[in-house]
Write a protein that binds this ligand. Structure first.
Ligand code: SF4
Ligand code: SF4
Length: 356
């Protein structure tokens, strides 16, 4: 048992919600905004969905299949419709509901933070930023399974950055921490007349991650400076089938393609955008058929450099948040942590040779 003073939780005002109070709190949230939370999908999978009944919310879940980004960057959306005969076009209106994202894990929130960075560089991405407005996030703790490695990329389970409230499960309920003023306001509106203050001491048990990167995360960009020509890339390419699942399920991948769909009578149509990924064969293909990353080895190398080097050099943060989706759902059982650890080994051998 260990008391974690690094989480910052010990400095925050806290409340105790038993399960009936938590159910009432969800009902209250639903009166404030559209509530989105993890729900069961099939026997063993989870998905973020709009809550119609608090009973559908799953509080203890490993991860959802798709990341939360689907609410800000939909897998497919119509950007505009056009009528070339009349020389007209109309942009699609973005619905601006107030939304509360409830029971969200720290790595997911950090994924949104990285998307915020990517979509505010250069030309800010209007549709994404519109959807990001009026969003409140409420976090919850999680138990790492064999695919999570958030700690190895510098994200603790109890990282509360950008949450308004944070739920830590305790016996028969939750300790609820007030993280920011929005959270304070929610508690004050909900708790009017209720006795919710938690006087009990609390301890956050350190949860063990089964999957770990061998080096401290600060050293990873340095490793990536030396492994561009590594043999590891071609080893992985022998197993990879280029399906793109690892891109499409990644909370920090944001690439998309834009295509015009024209109606049969040719003058009318719509411009659509949909998720794309650098592991897919046609991603780097240009007019004339030239493909700049035809080989699977160069595609994997590019994907990993985007997570651990290229964007990190600008943003100062790794753009992998350790959710483990790319490994769990890879049909070829390719593990991102194994790739990194193999690269580290090669790098470390190389460094030793230099000394000798
Ligand atoms: S999910 Fe696996 S098989 Fe599919 S592209 Fe990614 S690494 Fe290759
Ligand atoms: S690279 Fe893999 S583990 Fe890292 S954030 Fe993306 S899906 Fe998650």
């Amino acid at each position: 048992m260990y008391y974690d003073s690094n989480t910052g939780l010990n400095k925050m005002k806290r409340y105790y919600f038993d399960q009936p109070t938590t159910d009432k709190f969800v009902e209250f949230l639903m009166t404030q905004a559209e509530v989105i939370a993890p729900q069961k999908k099939g026997d063993a999978s989870y998905s973020y969905e709009v809550v119609t009944s608090g009973k559908d919310i799953v509080y203890d879940y490993p991860r959802t299949i798709q990341p939360l980004k689907k609410y800000f960057l939909p897998p497919r959306e119509t950007l505009l419709s056009f009528d070339s005969k009349n020389n007209e076009f109309k942009k699609t209106d973005i619905a601006l509901n107030n939304r509360i994202f409830f029971a969200i894990h720290s790595y997911e929130m950090q994924g949104i933070k990285r998307l915020d960075y990517s979509f505010t560089q250069g030309n800010p991405e209007f549709n994404y930023l519109q959807r990001r407005e009026n969003s409140i996030f409420i976090g919850i703790s999680f138990n790492p399974d064999k695919w999570h490695f958030t700690k190895s990329v510098g994200i603790s389970i109890e990282e509360v950055e950008r949450f308004s409230l944070y739920f830590e499960p305790v016996d028969n309920g939750f300790l609820v921490f007030e993280v920011d003023d929005t959270g304070k306001e929610l508690i004050s509106k909900f708790g009017n007349g209720l006795s919710l203050d938690a006087s009990m001491d609390f301890e956050v048990r350190e949860k063990e991650f089964k999957t770990k990167i061998k080096y401290h995360y600060n050293r990873l960009p340095q490793v990536f400076e030396h492994v561009y020509n590594s043999k590891v890339w071609s080893d992985i390419a022998q197993k990879c089938v280029g399906c793109g699942t690892c891109n499409l399920l990644c909370p920090t991948c944001y690439c998309f393609d834009v295509r015009d769909e024209v109606e049969l009578e040719i003058s009318k149509g719509k411009r659509e955008r949909f998720w794309d990924g650098c592991m897919l064969n046609e991603f780097a293909e240009v007019a004339g058929g030239e493909n700049f990353r035809e080989k699977l080895s160069s595609r994997t190398r590019h994907r990993l450099h985007r997570k651990f080097k290229y964007i990190t050099d600008h943003s100062g943060e790794l753009h992998c948040v350790g959710c483990g989706r790319c490994t769990k759902y890879c049909p070829a059982n390719i593990s991102i942590v194994e790739i990194i650890n193999n690269l580290i080994e090669e790098y470390s051998d190389h460094q030793k040779e230099q000394i000798i």
